[in-house]
Design a protein around this ligand. Structure first.
Ligand code: NIG
Ligand code: FE
Length: 418
């Protein structure tokens, strides 16, 4: 295969530099004006100004793709998704608009449990078709790597059905998928009156078996009112950690439970949501290596006024990341650029901070920062080009998809108007 020269990038955001990004480093984009990249097989072989790259001998022999003034950045790394689900919950959306809350709907047996009922019945074939279509949309919006959780099966057979599906999807389509076992999403209906038995099953049987199978790399818990308590969450994540699964955690979304502190205590890769954290939590997170994954799509979709305290986390030195939380209940979007718009407008992150939080920092939280998340020699050619002249226009033009090229490991996985 000949080398590929990608040139004519009005702005090439390399995101080279410190990993992970904190504080002032969060808005360093490693921006090259009039930039170009040389790609060999699946990797970046050279990156720099157009003048320098085009003068390389290898560039003269390469196949050339001129982006004619577009903005190029690392493909987005979406480090929190619930990729596999059988159907939307649009009826609940309408109920919430009419005044019901997320928790009220959940208490009536809706919410996560309604998706669980449907997923258990759904055939792997239908789930796969739906997930494949969604993965094509992720790619069409500039995302090249995602994390994906189980948690809508909650019985052994259905959790395994989703884990096997995630592995197949990872192997059969271009985007990388990092799998997370979220057996602790809610207490399944058949254990409603005996949660301790479910925790025992999860910690003593399922978690070790899944870790042994190699089907998941991470474990996760929804630690919140109506889901798992802090003590239960600790036991579940410790069990995961003990058999080699790296903990992530849904923390302090609905109420402050102390889950962010637990994330620090157990050295979780990531504490996600954080809408309700307190001042002391912010200070502690700022001093830790836990990635604070903010999911503004949830507050937006649930119509809530409060968002996670992004500015205070950044000021405290926390490693901030952004993700879609793509799921049918609280954030049915797979558009990272929509998330960037929300992060900028609602959480007052700067466009540069939001881009670092959507690329290199989530790559770090997935432990993939040595191969993706920035455009540097030796890393995968995972990139996205946008039909804008200035990177700030990516969050600025909200609700429209301006991605015109997505490349994963050097292969074009999406293109439009090129
Ligand atoms: O991240 N909070 C728990 N899990 C999802 C919601 C899942 C659902 O409602 O189906 C979340 O917001
Ligand atoms: Fe989630």
């Amino acid at each position: 295969m000949p080398d590929l020269l990608i040139t004519g990038c009005a702005q090439l955001l390399t995101l080279s530099g410190s990993v992970p990004r904190r504080g002032a480093a969060l808005h360093e984009l490693g921006l090259i004006r009039d930039g170009a990249l040389l790609i060999r097989n699946d990797r970046i072989a050279a990156v720099g100004t157009r003048r320098r790259i085009e003068s390389l001998r290898a560039a003269r022999r390469a196949q050339k793709m001129d982006l004619r003034g577009r903005v190029v950045l690392p493909g987005f790394v979406d480090s929190h998704t619930h990729l596999v689900f059988p159907a939307s919950r649009a009826a609940e959306y309408e109920q919430r608009i009419a005044g019901a809350t997320y928790e009220e709907i959940a208490r009536r047996g809706g919410g996560i449990r309604s998706t669980v009922r449907q997923l258990r019945r759904a055939s792997p074939k239908i789930l796969k078709e739906r997930a494949l279509a969604d993965l094509r949309e992720f790619a069409a919006h500039g995302t090249t790597t995602i994390e994906a959780k189980t948690g809508y099966g909650l019985d052994w057979k259905s959790e395994l059905k989703v884990l096997h599906l995630l592995r197949e999807l990872h192997q059969e389509q271009p985007l990388d998928i990092a799998a997370t076992f979220l057996g602790a999403h809610v207490i399944p209906p058949e254990f409603r009156n005996r949660p301790a038995s479910y925790i025992a099953l999860l910690t003593q049987r399922w978690t070790p078996a899944i870790a042994m199978s190699g089907l998941a790399e991470f474990c996760d818990v929804f630690c919140d009112r109506g889901a798992f308590t802090l003590a239960q969450s600790r036991a579940i994540l410790q069990a995961g950690r003990a058999c080699g699964l790296v903990p992530r955690i849904h923390a302090d979304q609905i109420v402050r439970t102390g889950a962010a502190r637990l994330a620090i205590e157990i050295h979780a890769a990531s504490a996600d949501h954080l809408e309700q954290i307190a001042a002391g939590d912010i200070r502690a997170l700022g001093l830790s290596n836990v990635v604070c994954t903010l999911l503004p799509g949830c507050s937006f979709h649930l119509g809530l006024a409060s968002y996670a305290p992004a500015r205070r986390l950044i000021a405290a030195g926390a490693i901030v990341a952004l993700a879609t939380d793509f799921n049918p209940g609280t954030s049915p979007t797979l558009s990272m650029t929509m998330i960037l718009s929300l992060a900028c407008t609602q959480m007052r992150m700067s466009p540069a901070e939001a881009i670092a939080a959507a690329t290199i920092n989530p790559a770090y939280s997935l432990r993939q920062h040595e191969r993706t998340g920035s455009l540097e020699v030796g890393k995968y050619a995972d990139l996205a080009a946008f039909d804008v002249a200035d990177y700030r226009e990516i969050p600025y033009y909200f609700g429209v998809n301006l991605c015109s090229l997505t490349m994963k490991r050097g292969a074009v996985v999406y293109s439009k108007n090129l």
